[in-house]
Write a protein that binds this ligand. Structure first.
Ligand code: G6P
Ligand code: ZN
Length: 580
């Protein structure tokens, strides 16, 4: 029964779309699906899996139910990276949330919100949480991946205890609730109100970029950066190539780099979010952002940057495609925090990195007298430390960099941080790195990925390797290759006790630490959607010899890692699918 609209605009802003309908919720019987266990970053499966009858409904219901009584009357944020099935999923979530007593939803226009934007919106609106519709850097389209992730009220990914409870609920689910007749046009910005069985329910379709832009303007000195980009002071405009890889960052890039910083149109590419990312694999690394790397290598660009599908990852390259490892990127930003007004205002607390990330930032932390934390892979492990006021800057080798301005890593933030450092130092990216290494020494780093391997042999490989490295006599053993010898100092399957809530995460990756600080780390990816992906991380520190070629410097340790892990034997692969 449709009631006539009673909403009257009192503001001068664009008139929102308004409806006020009275609707009722229904309960639908369902049965559990196996395997609805959120991984490192939410539930990721092929689209084909999500579109099975009640599959998405079950998982959304379990996610909402995991909030318990707090759900009633709550506000939630909903949005995603624009990949195939995002819009349908967003509309479905609206109908399920309405039936579950949620009182307000903030939904990105067309279902579009970057992951950092969701985090910011949750915090800014004091929402109970947010549902992020993304499979991050995994390819999109009907044949590829989709994902659903829940972020809690601090704006960060739900911790393990929460995702475990979602999983438990999915195994027991018998019914879900839904308001079938609720139709929302999420392509138009505006407020719609409904009466669901006597209770008000509001859907606010919001501009995808506005809140995030406000946040960036608070953090950075945009006027100064604009001047720097224009070349007013330096005499030469900053030549950038910002590649949104057809992911969610397109609208953010246009707003921030073109409008706020005044860069020319030619500085930004692939800025229309596409459901299949135009066939690109939206992962900013040397393999999948090849177009960016080749273009910057051939042109006279000062900085190149790319983001992943949902906008939380970044890759930074300098002139002639000089590659900045994410581990170094973190360390450099840590060294130059004074270049960013936000840190001047809020102070500098500790730093953190994930375990496989090279320990370059540790050296900066040591010099500045700051706490440095080593956490398991996954951004969720940084949240507690930030909430406790002990952490302001962190990063991961997986192309994640961010700060306590939100509780997700933030691709665009990282590029603005780098432009701030360039402005502050007046130097190019390669020079900034070389100077950094001359102060701190260099952590040569590489990661080898063996994607979509058979799961069983990979699990067997991990078990075997764990036995090998934890056996008596392994510590103290020496390994030699290519004229280099490494002696084992410690070796384990990494476990982490959260310093704030004392929760423990075990089996977070096999690591061998050598006496000179060099490390071998092997773990299985937690973000794949089929089979197993093995990641081999090599971190080798040099105090003096800092200008070598990474692949050459790391060869001996790579060979040792392949020997100890017996990776070729177990995976049947002689070469990785991706090297970063
Ligand atoms: C996502 C998380 C990151 C994490 C990465 C690890 O991007 O947000 O925090 O580092 O996944 O992925 P992996 O495939 O190595 O488990
Ligand atoms: Zn991502």
């Amino acid at each position: 029964k449709r009631r006539s609209s009673s909403w009257k605009s009192t503001s001068s802003r664009k008139t929102p779309v308004v409806s006020s309908m009275s609707l009722s919720a229904e309960t639908v019987q369902t049965t559990p699906y196996e395997g609805q266990k959120p991984g490192t970053s939410g539930l990721r499966k092929k689209v084909k899996v999500f579109v099975q009858p009640n599959y998405t409904e079950n998982f959304v219901q379990a996610t909402l139910s995991a909030n318990g009584a707090a759900l009633t009357g709550s506000t939630l944020v909903v949005g995603g990276d624009g990949r195939y099935y995002c819009k349908e999923a967003a509309e479905l979530i609206v109908r399920i949330a309405a039936a579950n007593g949620v009182s307000k939803l903030l939904v990105g226009q067309n279902g579009i919100l970057s992951t950092p934007a969701v985090s910011s919106l949750i915090r800014h609106n004091k929402a109970l949480g947010g549902i992020v519709l993304t499979a991050s850097h995994n390819p999109g389209g009907p044949e590829n991946d989709f994902g659903i992730k829940f972020n809690c009220e601090n704006g960060g990914p739900a911790p393990d205890a929460f995702t475990n409870s979602i999983h438990k609920l999915t195994t027991e689910i018998k019914e879900y609730k839904l308001v079938r007749g609720l139709q929302i046009d999420i392509s138009k910005v505006g407020v719609s109100t409904f009466d669901i069985a006597g209770k008000p329910f509001t859907v606010n379709v919001i501009d995808s970029v506005a809140d995030y832009l406000r946040l960036m303007e608070e953090i950075f000195d945009m006027a100064k950066l604009k001047e720097f980009v224009s070349g007013k002071v330096t005499g030469k405009p900053l030549k950038m190539r910002i590649d949104a890889m057809n992911g969610v960052t397109g609208p953010y890039v246009n707003e921030i780099f073109l409008k706020s910083l005044g860069a020319s149109e030619s500085c930004v590419v692939h800025t229309t979010p596409l459901p299949d990312f135009g066939g690109l694999h939206p992962d900013p690394n040397l393999t999948y952002a090849k177009d960016l790397v080749d273009t910057v290598a051939q042109g006279d660009y000062d900085i190149g940057a790319a983001f992943d599908g949902d906008g939380d990852r970044n890759m930074i390259i300098g002139q002639k495609a000089f590659f900045v490892t994410p581990s170094d990127s973190l360390a450099v930003i840590a060294h130059y925090l004074e270049a960013i007004p936000y840190f001047k205002r809020n102070g500098v607390q500790g730093f953190a990195r994930s375990m496989p990330t090279a320990s370059a930032v540790d050296l900066v932390g040591k010099k500045l007298g700051k706490e440095v934390f080593e956490v398991p892979t996954g951004w969720k492990y940084f949240g507690n430390l930030m909430d406790a006021g002990r952490l302001c800057l962190c990063g991961e080798e997986s192309f994640g960099t961010g700060s306590n301005h939100i509780r997700e890593k933030d691709g665009i933030w990282a590029v603005l941080a780098w432009i701030s450092v360039m402005q502050h130092t007046g130097k190019g990216i390669e020079d900034i790195l070389k100077q950094h290494w001359s102060i701190y020494g260099r952590n040569y780093f590489t990661r080898y990925d063996y994607e979509e391997c058979a799961s069983d042999p990979c699990n067997e490989m991990m078990d075997t390797m764990e036995k090998t490295i934890t056996a008596a006599g392994f510590v103290g053993k020496s390994f030699s290759s290519g004229g280099k010898t490494y002696r084992v100092k410690e070796a384990d399957n990494f476990s982490y006790t959260d310093p704030v809530d004392k929760s423990v995460a075990t089996k977070q990756g096999l690591r061998i630490v050598f006496e000179d600080g060099s490390r071998i780390v092997v773990r299985l990816s937690g973000t794949g959607s089929s089979g197993a992906t093995v990641r081999l991380y090599i971190d080798s520190y040099e105090k003096e010899n800092v200008l070598g070629q990474a692949s050459v410097m790391l060869k001996p340790l790579i060979d040792i890692a392949l020997e100890i892990s017996q990776l070729p034997k177990f995976t049947g692969r002689n070469a990785p699918t991706v090297i970063t």
